[in-house]
Structures are given as structure tokens and as C-alpha cells.
Design a protein around this ligand. Structure first.
Ligand code: NI
Length: 255
């Protein structure tokens, strides 16, 4: 089985056929799905979805884009969601200076607050980082955070090495299959297998051949196939090790 460690099936893109998408994933070998909360509403929806399907887990978090809108009540609600046995991580959280939809100060404060929540709940974190590598690393180090994944990895080799040194897993998405994504493929090649996770980030970033269309969890196999090619090992090996990695980080199927 494969595990899609990061997608957003609560998004309106799936309103017309959500159950079909989920059943298709299950029937075609996606053993588990982690539906990632990117806002208060999405975190609640993720927990609801995880309550409906035993192979779907949830994370709860607030995207840095929303940092300007967060208040104490928002944080309390996220903290409450983290008590759910279906929540396996705090995320996605981090810093995004590329789109800069919230102030840097508010992004940092929110990030730190949610890292502390993860620590108090003994949950791993799912990190979103765009053009904020140095600040993300500094905050992770200052707060002694070592259990988590840097999702939709982008950046340079130095950043990759520093994330690995901190103990983080690295997750690539289907954009690694794009014709021009040589840099991502090079980074995947040097990421140790025992730190590698797979994700779709659906509905975003559908693989080559489906570009511009909606992504969905079953397409994680296209990513796995490409990584197997890059690493010159069998697809079954990628399948096995990324599944072990995801189960270890998120403690899936622990009950
Ligand atoms: Ni995402």
C-alpha cells in the first residue's frame, strides 16, 4: 500500500464526488490518507472526514496565510481538535514569504504558538515553508522541534541538509514529475530513503500528464514511480519504505 501523507479532500474541488475519490484511492492501493487542516474550518472538516473513514486521519493547524486573522479563540479551537484520537499531527504550519498574505511578525508568532501546541500534545508537525528557509530553521531550532515533515519540499541543498540534520522527514509532491523539475529530482535523489514521504497535496499539483487538472490521492503512485526511477530501485521498495516512514512519524493505526 501507499500512503498519501498530505491532501485536502475537504476542499470544494471534491464536493461533487468526494466519496468516489476516496473509494477509488482505497480500491487502488492507497492504504491511508492524511487530510491536512489549513485553516480553522479545514481542520474541523478534516477531523469530520477522518471520523467517517477509518483509513483517513487528520491534522489540525492554521496556514501562515491566515496568521493576521488568528485570535486566542482560534488557537483554543485548534488545541481542542488536537485532542481527537483521529488527529495525528499539527499542520500545516510555517512561514510563507512568497505570497506574504499575513505580516511576518504574525506568521512567526502563530508558527511558534502551534509548535508549542504540538509539543504539549506530543504530535509531529507538518511544515509549510516558502521563501522563508532561514527563519523556519531558526524557529524550529529555538523551539527544539525535531519530529515532523517539511511538506511539498522546495528549496536548495543546504536547506535540505539542515532539515535532515534536525531530524525531519522530507515530503515531495507530484510536481517532481514535471519536465522542468530537475532540481526537485536532484534533491529527491540525495534524500535518504528512510526520511522520505509521499504526498499529493491534492487538489493541487496534479502529476505530469494531468497538469491543470485536479489532483487526487491515487495519483501518489505517479510520484512513487518517478522517485523509484530517480533512485534506481524497485517501486515496491519505495512503497514499503515510505509506508514504514509515514507510519512511524504519524503513528498510524496505533489503536
Ligand atoms: Ni497542503
Amino acid at each position: 500500500m501507499f500512503i498519501d501523507t498530505h491532501c485536502h479532500l475537504d476542499f470544494p474541488d471534491f464536493d461533487s464526488d468526494r466519496n468516489e475519490v476516496i473509494q477509488r484511492a482505497k480500491q487502488q492501493g492507497i492504504g491511508y490518507i492524511i487530510n491536512v487542516g489549513s485553516s480553522l474550518r479545514a481542520s474541523q472538516a478534516s477531523v469530520d472526514l477522518a471520523g467517517q473513514y477509518d483509513f483517513i486521519y487528520a491534522s489540525a493547524g492554521i496556514h501562515p496565510h491566515d496568521a493576521d486573522k488568528v485570535n486566542k479563540e482560534t488557537l483554543n479551537t485548534i488545541a481542542g481538535l488536537c485532542k481527537s484520537p483521529r488527529v495525528v499531527a499539527v499542520g500545516e504550519i510555517g512561514l510563507d514569504y512568497y505570497r506574504g498574505l499575513s505580516s511576518v511578525d504574525n506568521q512567526k508568532q502563530l508558527f511558534i504558538n502551534l509548535l508549542r501546541l504540538a509539543e504539549s500534545e506530543s504530535l509531529p508537525v507538518i511544515i509549510h515553508c516558502r521563501q522563508a528557509q532561514q527563519d523556519v530553521l531558526k524557529i524550529l531550532k529555538d523551539n527544539n522541534v525535531s519530529r515532523g515533515v517539511v511538506h511539498c519540499f522546495s528549496g536548495d541543498e543546504a536547506f535540505l541538509k539542515q532539515c535532515l540534520d534536525l531530524g525531519f522527514y522530507i515530503s515531495f509532491t507530484c510536481n517532481l514529475t514535471y519536465k522542468k523539475a530537475d532540481n526537485l529530482r536532484r534533491l529527491a535523489r540525495i534524500t535518504p530513503l528512510e526520511r522520505l514521504l509521499l504526498e499529493t497535496d491534492a487538489p493541487f499539483l496534479a502529476p505530469e500528464g494531468f497538469r491543470g487538472k485536479r489532483n487526487e490521492p491515487v495519483y501518489v503512485k505517479y510520484l512513487a514511480k518517478k522517485i523509484a526511477e530517480i533512485k534506481e530501485i524497485k517501486l515496491e521498495e519505495i512503497e514499503k519504505i515510505t509506508t514504514v516512514n509515514a507510519q512511524a512519524l504519524f503513528r498510524l493505526n496505533r489503536d
